[in-house]
Design a protein around this ligand. Structure first.
Ligand SMILES: [Zn+2]
Ligand SMILES: [Zn+2]
Length: 184
């Protein structure tokens, strides 16, 4: 998801450039602690505004992504839409006019524009998706989850394990089937 921002880097502060977002973003599983597995399905689409600031370029935009996640209760995969916004600073590493390397601005949060004046939005969007992922995704609010006894998915195959378990621990359970003598 590269954008050539050479001309914007030559423009005075305040100049802006609007572009569409349409590209692939991959989530690496090591950044997803607590959220289980999550993948982006298809392209991420949206709009971005690049604005020339004194030290770099401010990218603000909105995007839409479709996510494949794993339900924390029943472990099935489900898809969910995500609409999110981002705002990140990108700093040039090379002076666009002279071609000389610029000192790194490592005290500021943000990303770098590479030596060919390409700004890569994918890392910015990737981090925003990870921030917006639910800590414990569930496929639906009333997901019944897995049965702790037989391990079956109770959304798909309801079982009576818990009732039978309760009956087994009930000291009067045997009385339920007790036959009283006819003439008592
Ligand atoms: Zn579920
Ligand atoms: Zn069961």
């Amino acid at each position: 998801m590269l954008y050539n921002v050479a001309s914007l880097l030559k423009a005075p502060a305040g100049a802006d450039l609007r572009q569409t977002i349409d590209g692939v973003v991959t989530l690496e599983s090591d950044g997803l602690e607590g959220s289980g597995e999550a993948h982006v399905v298809g392209p991420v689409t949206g709009e971005v505004r690049f604005q020339r600031a004194n030290q770099g370029i401010l990218a603000t935009g909105t995007f839409h992504a479709r996510l494949d996640m794993q339900c924390g209760r029943c472990l099935t995969h489900f898809e969910q839409d995500l609409d999110a916004a981002f705002s990140d600073m990108f700093y040039p590493t090379i002076d666009v006019v002279t071609g000389t390397p610029l000192p790194t601005v490592d005290h500021e949060p943000g990303f770098v524009i590479d030596s060919r004046h390409h700004l890569d939005l994918s890392e910015s969007i990737r981090q925003q998706i990870i921030l917006d992922l639910p800590m414990s995704p569930i496929c639906r609010v009333d997901c019944a989850g897995l049965c702790p006894i037989c391990g079956g998915n109770r959304n798909v195959t309801p079982c009576d394990c818990e009732e039978r378990e309760d009956a087994a621990h009930n000291p009067f359970a045997r009385l339920i089937n007790l036959q009283l003598p006819e003439d008592a």
